[in-house]
Design a protein around this ligand. Structure first.
Ligand code: ADP
Length: 455
């Protein structure tokens, strides 16, 4: 599905007074929309060509702090500008905001006008181009899980993030009754996204009180990442409009289930034939699919950071919670890192279950494609599938269990360095070490309560 608004139709809507505001956005390292709100008249006359932003937007942390240690920008270099180049194919209405449309931008170097390599959209486009050179199109789908809370972000912040109360009182997995009570958030979310060209399939209650899942139809990888980013943004805005908070923090409480973002993947030829399906092969998995999945499994420790980029991401990886800890695959088994879906059908695909709800979809999908492509190039052999409760299986590789461990495997990954470039890996390694440094520096409530009297 392409965005339901062309540049020409936007111009008409502006002339007719239907649209007065255009959100001109880039995607930052955290997967968030950042940018400017343009008067629509200015956008259609001038800014559609390009606009500018401070280049610190791809070198801040989640709190907008400016860590040192990035080669791309710094206080010494004076934090100059990037060019934000609107991708006019991505223009769409924002139906949950009055008179508003949106466009996503590619980020270009201010002087050379070349793509900034560590910009999330550029990181993904590079892998898409590598696949295209081999005549391959990747179709992906990312599931979005999140929690809705009774109170608003503002109330919760004023109360110091204490006494967080989910919007429901019980595990609402597949519940129609409880999710009816959340329809004032979820119905506008589904319908507004659909009207914005994001092909929502469904939403459902998830396996914890207050937890929802939003499913979006699979699409070419760049569209999928765009859809995910817009849907996540819309979830927070629409929840806010209704007086609630929505969080994509993977683990908001250690006694509660975490939130994930599973990534479904399949490869296709340019004329639309599934390269994953072979009707004569075991489970319908073609040789191509077997090599691809073998690459995903082999390199999971290398790219875990891109699926779990914060300290909190690693709190999700716990036994008996549906969050995987082992780099094995299985047939329709939700305890493994990789689950085969649609076996023996044209919809055969692999679902990576490692990622948390805080992943940046561009980086996550790019890393998965890079690993799968390496599997194809090296004709890696697929290990046999694991059966039963994978949490109990011995002698299999574990994914890195801490941000520190995942940072080390990222930094040392020859595969990712070759696929994405040293500057990209060095950039995100710095983002990872900064997260760790900040966490190591700060004294937490947990330590005080545990040790204040007893230490
Ligand atoms: P689950 O059992 O995980 O809930 P679903 O049937 O809901 O599985 O599908 C999950 C996601 O997989 C959906 O977003 C769907 O669009 C996507 N999907 C379906 N077929 C493919 C495919 N061939 N390649 C990639 N994703 C796909």
């Amino acid at each position: 599905m392409t965005a339901p608004m062309t540049f020409e139709s936007l111009k008409q809507h502006v002339a007719d007074g239907i649209v007065d505001t255009v959100l001109v956005c880039l995607v930052d390292m955290q997967g968030r929309l950042m940018g400017k709100r343009f008067h629509a008249a200015n956008f259609v006359e001038h800014a559609y060509q390009e606009t500018h932003c401070c280049n610190y937007l791809l070198a801040t942390d989640i709190e907008m702090a400016t860590p040192d240690g990035y080669a791309s920008t710094s206080w010494e270099s004076g934090y100059g500008d990037y060019v934000m180049k609107p991708d006019l194919e991505s223009i769409r209405p924002v139906p949950w905001l009055e008179g508003t449309a949106m466009v996503l931008c590619d980020v270009l170097d201010h002087h050379t006008h070349k793509p900034v390599p560590h910009s999330p959209r550029a990181v993904l486009k590079r892998q898409i181009d590598r696949l295209a050179a081999a005549g391959i199109v990747a179709q992906t789908a990312t599931e979005l899980e999140f929690f809705l809370f009774e109170k608003s972000f503002e109330q919760i912040r004023k109360e110091g993030f204490q006494d967080l109360t989910p919007i429901s009182g019980y595990n609402e997995d597949y519940h129609i009754l409880q999710t009816t009570k959340e329809e004032h958030v979820m119905r506008p979310l589904r319908n507004h996204l659909f009207a914005a060209g994001v092909p929502v399939e469904n939403s459902k209650g998830e396996a914890e009180a207050g937890q929802e899942e939003l499913n979006i139809r699979y699409a070419p990888a760049l569209d999928c990442a765009d859809h995910h980013t817009i849907a996540k943004h819309a979830t927070k805005e629409i929840a806010w409009q209704q007086g609630h908070a929505a969080t994509f923090l993977p683990k908001w409480h250690h006694t509660r289930v975490g939130s994930s973002s599973h990534v479904h993947q399949s490869l296709w030829s340019t004329d639309g034939e599934s390269l994953f399906y072979d009707k004569d092969a075991d489970l319908g998995m073609s040789q191509t699919m077997q090599h691809y999945v073998a690459g995903l499994i082999k390199y999971a420790p290398d790219y875990t950071y891109f699926l779990a980029p914060y300290i909190n991401s690693y709190k999700r990886f716990a036994k008996g919670t549906f969050a995987p800890t082992k780099t094995v695959w299985s047939v329709d088994n939700r305890t493994a890192g990789f689950r085969l879906c649609g076996a023996d059908t044209k919809a055969v695909r692999i679902e990576c279950r490692i990622g948390g709800s805080d992943l940046n979809p561009y980086l996550a999908i790019a890393a998965l494609l890079a690993a799968g492509l390496k599997g194809l190039e090296d004709k890696l052999e697929l290990p046999t599938p694991t059966r039963g409760d994978v949490y109990e299986s011995a002698d299999v590789t574990e994914i890195p269990r801490t941000l520190r461990a995942a940072t080390n495997t990222l930094q040392a990954s020859d595969m990712l360095r070759a696929a994405m470039g040293d500057e990209v890996i060095d950039h995100y390694t710095r983002a990872a070490t900064w997260e760790q440094e900040e966490y190591d520096r700060v004294v937490t409530d947990y330590e005080i309560a545990r040790g204040f009297e007893k230490a």
